[in-house]
Unconditional design. Structure first.
Length: 108
C-alpha cells in the first residue's frame, strides 16, 4: 500500500473559510472591558484577565490604565500592550537565566 502524500505547501491544508486568530489590528483602538479581556487573551496570551478580574483590579488601583466615558470604561490598545509587556517581563532563552526559586542568582 503506498504511503499518503505529504503536504509540502501548508497553505493548501487550509481554505479561505478557516478562521484565522484575531490580531491586534482586528481590535478597536479603544475597547470596553470584555473586548480588553479578549485582547489580552488572544493577542498576548494573558488568560487570567476576565472582565470581572479587570473590574476588581480597577477598584484596587492596579491592572491596565483605562478611560471613563460616563459610566463606561474604555481601555486603549496601546495601554494594554504596555501592560502586557510589563506583566510578561523580559525574554529568556534558557531556564538557567532565570533566578532560582529562592530568588538568588545561580552561581556559574
Amino acid at each position: 500500500m503506498p504511503s499518503p502524500a505529504i503536504h509540502t505547501n501548508l497553505s493548501s491544508l487550509f481554505d479561505a473559510s478557516t478562521p484565522r486568530p484575531r490580531q491586534a489590528e482586528d481590535f478597536p483602538v479603544r475597547m470596553p472591558r470584555r473586548e480588553a479581556s479578549d485582547y489580552l487573551k488572544e493577542v498576548h496570551g494573558l488568560n487570567r484577565h476576565e472582565p470581572a478580574t479587570l473590574t476588581k483590579m480597577a477598584t484596587e488601583g492596579r491592572g491596565p490604565p483605562f478611560y471613563k466615558n460616563g459610566r463606561w470604561v474604555l481601555y486603549a490598545r496601546d495601554d494594554l500592550d504596555r501592560y502586557a509587556a510589563e506583566r510578561l517581563g523580559t525574554v529568556h532563552h534558557s531556564t538557567a537565566e532565570y533566578p532560582s526559586i529562592g530568588g538568588r542568582p545561580r552561581n556559574g
